[in-house]
Design a protein around this ligand. Structure first.
Ligand SMILES: [Zn+2]
Length: 259
């Protein structure tokens, strides 16, 4: 009996070490998320570990890229207050993907249009679950979020006079999106930037399909260049930003060389 207890304790310990190790590998070495990082009309605010993009529109309102991890939306409300705006000034929330740490505060902004790529709508609304190793363990239940406008890959949405280009980057989730606005490429969880400025793909633990994610990022680089966009910064949701397009270009080259 004592021997059995010892074996059970050892197995539990090994599982804990493995899980801690997985999380460490997933998060270590990332460039830190910078609250208040601002470039052109985009300001990044940190809701704990989740970054939110706040886009200044020409009509005095703002659009959000994602809505964070906090259902009360305190970080977003504080940012709106800093701009002397209220929750009704949020014209739209553009969702990079449907994981819970990106959509939590959407219900706080009842006037906002809620936008996501069509392939992501079931996950955003909670009619489908995540398929990554960890997300698939979570129960599937309605999120209370309704997508009011499903987006198509390649379309340009104009909000308050500001054009925002939509790119499908499937892999982290089936309908993951990247948004380009005013020199800034917001990539959600599809990529992270490490402390030495290298761009890396989405982490295995949380992603549907890592190989697809890598291929999507390489394709994104080609499309951004083909579309003649001037990328001043790449902004991931859980790490600091990379200046210019070079980190994505290097990533794309490496991905093509080592398929
Ligand atoms: Zn995610």
């Amino acid at each position: 009996m004592k021997r059995l207890l010892k074996i059970v304790a050892l197995v539990v310990l090994l599982v804990i070490v493995a899980v801690v190790g997985l999380f460490a590998v997933t998060f270590m070495g990332r460039k830190s998320l910078v609250d208040g990082y601002e470039i052109n009309r985009v300001r990044v605010i940190a809701d704990g570990f989740a970054g939110i993009g706040v886009i200044r529109l020409d009509d005095g309102r703002v659009a959000l890229v994602d809505a964070g991890n906090d259902a009360a939306g305190e970080a977003i409300l504080a940012e709106l207050e800093r701009r002397q705006l209220g929750p009704d000034a949020v014209a739209a929330v553009l969702i990079t993907h449907g994981h819970g740490d990106h959509i939590a505060a959407i219900g706080r902004f009842s006037r906002a249009a809620v936008m996501a790529l069509d392939a992501e709508v079931p996950l955003v609304e909670g009619r489908a679950g995540g398929r990554g190793p960890l997300p698939r363990l979570l129960p599937v239940r309605p999120t209370g979020v309704t997508v009011t406008r499903a987006l198509r890959d390649g379309e340009v949405v104009t909000l308050g006079g500001v054009p925002i280009r939509v790119y499908a980057v499937p892999g982290h989730t089936a309908g993951s999106a990247a948004y380009y606005v005013d020199g800034v490429l917001l990539v959600g969880d599809s990529a992270d930037v490490t402390s030495d400025g290298t761009l890396q793909g989405a982490p295995w633990l949380f992603s549907d399909n890592q190989a697809e994610n890598r291929a999507s990022l390489a394709r994104l680089e080609q499309r951004v260049v083909a579309d003649g966009l001037d990328v001043k910064a790449i902004v991931p949701a859980h790490s600091g930003a990379a200046e210019g397009l070079v980190a994505l270009t290097n990533f794309a080259r490496t991905t093509r060389e080592t398929p």
